[in-house]
Design a protein around this ligand. Structure first.
Ligand code: SF4
Length: 283
């Protein structure tokens, strides 16, 4: 295996990606390969996040955003998210994605659009350090809190095709990362709220899960993160073949990896749309 450097910091996304498939992690974070395609669900989730962030930025800046404006921002983000890349549309279309996105966005903003948000995508960087053993895992943990409220509570927003349950949160590496960061910055127990926007066709809904986790409740996560970090530092990127391979953006590169170095398949690039232009056209 070629000895390439790992990113200087880890993140919740890196931990999740490595846990799902170490080889896929290597393609994305070590070799920097472009994914062969994007899924509509990913584009929708990213655009919904951006439109919600825009909404609260407007409010923080003293303006009063409207739902129609939020729709326009969402449409622009959806356009930007699908430009310059192949999208595996399956049953979806750009129009159906926008319709679905608008329903989800309006649902969320009508229920939570007046949250007392004081910061959007606030960056954090904390050490990954085990107080009990004195072990430092090497790379710091970097990330962003989606929404920070006026009492330091943090809201993390997810979009999902299915409802969540409490058990989904217990071993959730991303949620664990936010709890660890919050506890390091403020002292535990964490005050995180996970808002899951569930994309059910007939009846979309928003599920809210408060996550209050102290240091001892975070130990499983810390051990898991440490084990993953040691494996990454050791350059271990085995494949994890399974049902997810059929939807893997790096499947071709994975199949071609039989030598020392993986080979990225050629990829057609399309022109990237400018979000501002798209937004102006819809206003
Ligand atoms: S095809 Fe499967 S084993 Fe290969 S990188 Fe993707 S998820 Fe991992």
């Amino acid at each position: 295996m070629v000895d390439l450097p790992i990113p200087p910091a880890t993140s919740a996304s890196q931990l999740v990606q490595y846990a799902m498939c170490p080889r896929k992690y290597a393609f994305a974070y070590i070799y920097g390969f472009e994914p062969a395609f994007r899924s509509p669900a990913l584009i929708l989730g990213s655009a919904t996040h951006s439109a919600i962030a825009w909404w609260f930025t407007e409010r923080i800046d003293g303006r009063t955003p409207t739902l129609d404006q939020a729709d326009a921002v969402l449409a622009a983000d959806l356009l930007a998210g699908s430009a310059g890349t192949d999208v595996r549309w399956k049953d979806a279309t750009p129009e159906s994605l926008e319709t679905d996105g608008r329903r989800l966005l309006r649902l969320y903003l009508s229920q939570y659009g007046d949250l007392p948000v004081v910061a959007i995508e606030a960056p954090f960087e904390v050490d990954l350090f085990d107080d009990e053993t004195g072990e430092c895992f090497g790379r710091p943990l970097k990330g962003y809190f989606d929404l920070t409220l006026d009492d330091h509570r943090v809201v993390e927003i997810k979009t999902s095709a299915r409802g969540w349950s409490e058990s989904d949160l217990v071993r959730h590496l991303q949620v664990g990362a936010y709890c660890h960061a919050w506890n390091t910055l403020h002292g535990g127990p964490s005050q995180i709220e996970v808002h899951v926007i569930v994309k059910l066709k007939r009846e979309p809904r928003v599920e809210v899960f408060p996550v209050s986790r102290g240091e001892s409740a975070s130990r499983w996560w810390l051990h898991a993160a440490g084990a993953i970090e040691r494996a990454i530092a050791g350059g271990h990127y085995p494949p994890a073949p399974g049902p997810l391979c059929g939807a893997c953006e790096y499947e071709s590169a994975c199949a071609a990896w039989v030598d020392e170095e993986p080979v990225q398949p050629a990829r057609r690039r399309l022109p990237i749309a400018h979000v501002e232009q798209a937004l102006a056209a819809t206003l």
